[in-house]
Design a protein around this ligand. Structure first.
Ligand code: CTP
Ligand code: MG
Length: 227
């Protein structure tokens, strides 16, 4: 399938998991909410650890749960746990700061995408290894998209064919991710957006349905069915 031999363990993965999960409703930080009896973060880390390229996992946990999260993940995979920040971006930066210098490829993966298959991790890592400085997994948009005014009135129908929905893991050459974070002045919901801002070409690979983000209760119900 691939011409390149996989270099085992040359990839570090940062896992922002410090969010509150407000949109999921009451029940504590989202990464610790249960899916099939296990925390979302456990599902996510287990799948990352199954990807042969992954040699280092750093989790950004809620600041008051660092020890609990380390204990929770201890039987799952070798991980480093740091305290996350007030925003996703700050959590990613905190995790990035402790990645050992030997890792030149760094992926960023939301704990909320708990069922992401290891194959997607491999395909993003492979694209970075192949020379792309920034790589994101994407899916075609299936719904018709319209721009709507505050009044509720449709302004226009947006041409759908060039649009893509973006997932994680997003992969970077380490120097690109470091520069993107250093240069970021405003808040971004993804890391590739920061790389775009500093003029880095962002390459896309096909995403995976199972890499869906668990955001609302409906998503958790869908994820239970997928499991
Ligand atoms: N995240 C983080 N630190 C923050 C905010 C978010 O590490 N300060 C992480 C979340 O834990 C999640 C990922 O970023 O794995 C994507 O964020 P999102 O899906 O928005 O999760 P939450 O912020 O927890 O959810 P909500 O926005 O509904 O509160
Ligand atoms: Mg959020």
């Amino acid at each position: 399938m691939t011409a390149h031999a996989t270099v085992r363990g040359d990839v570090a993965v940062l896992v922002p998991a410090a969010g509150m999960g407000i949109r999921l409703g009451p029940g504590g930080p989202k990464a610790l909410r249960l899916l099939g009896g296990e925390p979302l973060l456990v599902h996510a880390v287990r799948r990352l650890a199954l990807a042969p390229s992954v040699g280092c996992i750093v989790v950004a946990a809620p600041a008051d749960a660092v020890d609990d999260v380390a204990a929770l993940l201890e039987p799952v995979a070798p991980v480093t746990v740091v305290a996350g920040g007030a925003t996703r971006q700050a959590s990613v930066a905190a995790a990035l700061a402790v990645v050992p210098p030997s890792f030149e490829i760094v992926l960023v993966h939301d704990a909320a995408r708990a069922l992401t298959p290891p194959e997607l991790v491999e395909s993003v890592a492979e694209a970075v290894r192949g020379g792309h400085g920034a790589v994101i997994p994407v899916l075609p948009v299936v719904d018709t998209i319209k721009r709507v005014a505050d009044s509720g009135i449709v302004v226009e129908t947006v041409e759908r064919s060039p649009l893509r929905a973006v997932q994680t893991p997003q992969g970077f050459r380490r120097d690109v991710l470091v520069k993107a974070h250093e240069a970021a002045v405003d808040e971004h919901t993804d890391d590739a957006g920061m790389a775009e801002r500093i003029g880095i070409e962002v390459y896309t690979v096909p995403g995976a349905d199972a890499a869906m983000k668990i955001t609302r209760p409906f998503d958790l119900a869908v994820a239970e069915l997928l499991l």
